[in-house]
Ligand binder design. Structure first.
Ligand code: HEC
Length: 134
C-alpha cells in the first residue's frame, strides 16, 4: 500500500508541470479555431460569430502571460520569453488590442473594415510566433 502511494505521488509530479503547458496549448488551439471561424464569418457577414470569436481571442490575450510562469518551458516555447518577458508581454498586448478593434468594428457594423482588421489581428499572432515560438 505504501509503495503504491509513493508511485502515485511520483507519477503526479510531472503532471503538475505539464498542466499549464497543456492549458495554454488548448487555448492556442482555440485561437486557431476562432481565426478560422472569423475568416468564414467575414465572407458571409456573420457579425455575431466575429464578435464572439474575437472576444475569445481578446480574453485569452489579456491573460496569456499568466500561462507562462518562469518554470514552464516547453518544446514550443522559446526561452526568449523569459529572458525578454517585457517584449513577450508587448506582443500579447498587441494581440489583445487587435482582437478588440476587430470586435468593435463588428459591433459597429463597419463591414468594410473587417478584412483589414482581421489581417492585422493575424499579423499579431505571427509576429509573436516569429519571436517567441520554436
Ligand atoms: C504573445 C505571443 C503569442 C501570441 C500573440 C500568439 N501566440 Fe500562438 N503561441 C505562442 C507560443 C509561445 C506558443 C508555444 C506554446 C507552447 O508550446 O508551450 C504558441 C503556440 C500556438 C499554437 C500551437 C499550439 C499547440 O497545440 O502546440 C497555435 C495553433 C497558435 N499558437 C495559434 C495562435 C493564434 C491563432 C494566435 C492569434 C490569434 C496566436 N497564436 C497568438 C505565442 C503567441
Amino acid at each position: 500500500m505504501k509503495n503504491l502511494i509513493v508511485i502515485f505521488i511520483l507519477l503526479s509530479i510531472p503532471a503538475i508541470g505539464a498542466g499549464i503547458v497543456d492549458k495554454r496549448k488548448e487555448n492556442f488551439q482555440t485561437n486557431k479555431e476562432s481565426m478560422k471561424n472569423i475568416y468564414q464569418a467575414i465572407k458571409v457577414n456573420d457579425l455575431q460569430q466575429i464578435i464572439e470569436s474575437s472576444n475569445k481571442i481578446e480574453l485569452f490575450a489579456s491573460e496569456m502571460v499568466d500561462y507562462f510562469p518562469v518554470d514552464s518551458s516547453s518544446r514550443g516555447a522559446s526561452d526568449d520569453i523569459w529572458t525578454n518577458f517585457d517584449g513577450f508581454k508587448e506582443k500579447a498586448q498587441k494581440n489583445e488590442t487587435a482582437a478588440k478593434l476587430l470586435k468593435n468594428a463588428a459591433q459597429q457594423n463597419k463591414i468594410d473594415e473587417l478584412n483589414e482588421l482581421f489581417n492585422q489581428l493575424s499579423m499579431t499572432c505571427k509576429s509573436c510566433h516569429r519571436s517567441f515560438k520554436n
